[in-house]
Design a protein around this ligand. Structure first.
Ligand SMILES: [Zn+2]
Ligand SMILES: [Zn+2]
Length: 419
């Protein structure tokens, strides 16, 4: 797969013209030395990093900018930098009327902040990747924490992604594992996409589905080589992470890359932030969560004929949501009032299509296979169980779906097994 080929627009059998606004993708050893050549259109650049990412390659990137460097903003933070109102204000304060480009150095959060702030100002941005840790590099979505809730805004893609594999291979190992986990999660989300296309007739582009699956296939067996920091394996992982982002741009939303496993991981992150409880790095959480969403599929596969199950009363549901989401509950309730996903669940459709539904559910790798992939990068599911405990994991399985307006196996499982 040639990642640059993906930047060319193409007419698809699904009826869409798939395109992506990224102009340059550099994933290679020594990639940073090519930044200078990408700057002809720009004159006043603000460089953004945090303490750690600046230490990785800040000086090298600075040198590439020369006199075009307007200023450098380095976020000071202990632990995780949170992409919230405070961080947005801080970054906005560094931009001037002259600024014509933002270059972020980092991975998830720096990227989301640069994306969100530059989009609101209609200004381009580049990202210099410091870790193959998640698949947001090429995506339009900016995952922010606003009013204590994780909100993914539809923003824009970077004009350029620069990923120097000689730097990426030395990224902290937990970030490499996280990137691998984010890719593994595609087994779960692609299955959810197909499930929704069967149950809800949701749009599914075969080309984008296959493209994402192909990147997953190329990456899934690289666990050991990633642990050994093999640069070729790191390059393949990064190509998958960027490629999946392009797949999202192709359909205009995150459907090819985010389903039930992401909803669980968002649950742990949001509740973690609300209650000041620990949570795993994004892709690691996604990979662990994908084991649990697979458990749900295997549970559902045991059902011979779906029967209408007990539904929670509206009052009981609201009470649970308030108990779990605290300050963020109002937003969750409002979202579900708006999209009426509960009203759309239809037992007749499940019965009519049960054979087809089961055939989709049976396509995803088994719980045992998923655990083996995790073990290939020394991720142990019992760590996940220890961190969150049974109650929190169950709460996530029941209520993570309410954070989103997207159908997944969580809805089917809730609907057919509701307490
Ligand atoms: Zn298509
Ligand atoms: Zn992800």
């Amino acid at each position: 797969m040639n990642i640059k080929e993906l930047l060319k627009a193409k007419k698809c059998n699904c009826g869409m013209e798939h395109s992506c606004d990224i102009k340059e993708i550099i994933i290679e050893s020594g990639g940073i030395s090519k930044i200078h050549g990408l700057l002809t259109e720009y004159n006043s650049i603000v460089l953004v990093a945090d303490k750690n990412t600046y230490a990785v390659c800040g000086n090298d990137v600075s040198k590439q900018l020369g006199e075009k460097l307007e200023s450098t903003h380095i976020f000071e933070c202990d632990g995780f930098l949170i992409p919230n109102e405070k961080a947005i204000e801080e970054l906005n304060g560094k931009l001037t009327e002259k600024t014509d480009l933002i270059i972020g150095i980092g991975s998830g959060v720096i990227q989301d902040l640069c994306k969100y702030v530059s989009f609101n100002l209609q200004m381009p941005y580049f990202i210099v990747a410091t870790a193959p840790s998640m698949d947001g590099y090429a995506s339009k979505g900016a995952a922010m924490i606003i009013g204590n809730i994780k909100v993914t805004y539809n923003a824009h893609v970077p004009k350029a992604i620069i990923a120097d594999t000689a730097i990426l291979k030395d990224a902290p190992m937990d970030m490499i594992k996280s990137g691998y986990g984010d890719v593994l999660g595609k087994f779960s989300c692609l299955n959810d996409w197909k499930l929704s296309s069967v149950i809800n007739n949701e749009f599914l582009c075969e080309y984008v589905y296959d493209l994402t699956y192909e990147m997953l296939e190329r990456t899934k067996d690289l666990g050991e080589q990633l642990l050994a920091r093999n640069e070729e394996a790191i390059k393949t992982l990064m190509e998958a992470l960027v490629g999946v982002g392009i797949a999202m741009a192709y359909v205009g939303n995150s459907r090819p890359a985010s389903g039930s496993e992401h909803h669980l991981s968002h649950f742990f992150e949001i509740v973690g932030i609300l209650k000041n409880e620990p949570y795993f790095m994004h892709g690691t959480d996604v990979a662990y969560s994908a084991v649990y969403t697979q458990k749900l599929r295997e549970e559902l596969l045991k059902i011979d004929v779906p029967s209408n199950s007990k539904r929670l009363s509206r009052e009981a549901w609201e009470a649970d949501i308030r108990k779990i989401y605290l300050d963020a509950a109002e937003g969750v309730i409002e979202l579900q009032n708006k999209i009426k996903m509960y009203d759309k669940q239809d037992i007749n459709i499940c019965r009519e299509k049960w054979t087809e539904i089961k055939s989709v559910l049976s396509e995803a790798p088994s719980v045992e296979d998923m655990k083996k992939y995790l073990e290939s990068v020394e991720l142990d599911i019992t760590e996940f169980e220890k961190m969150y405990g049974e109650k929190k994991i169950n709460d996530a399985i029941w209520y993570a779906k309410d954070l989103k307006d997207r159908y997944s196996v969580l809805w089917l499982h809730y609907f057919l097994n509701a307490r």
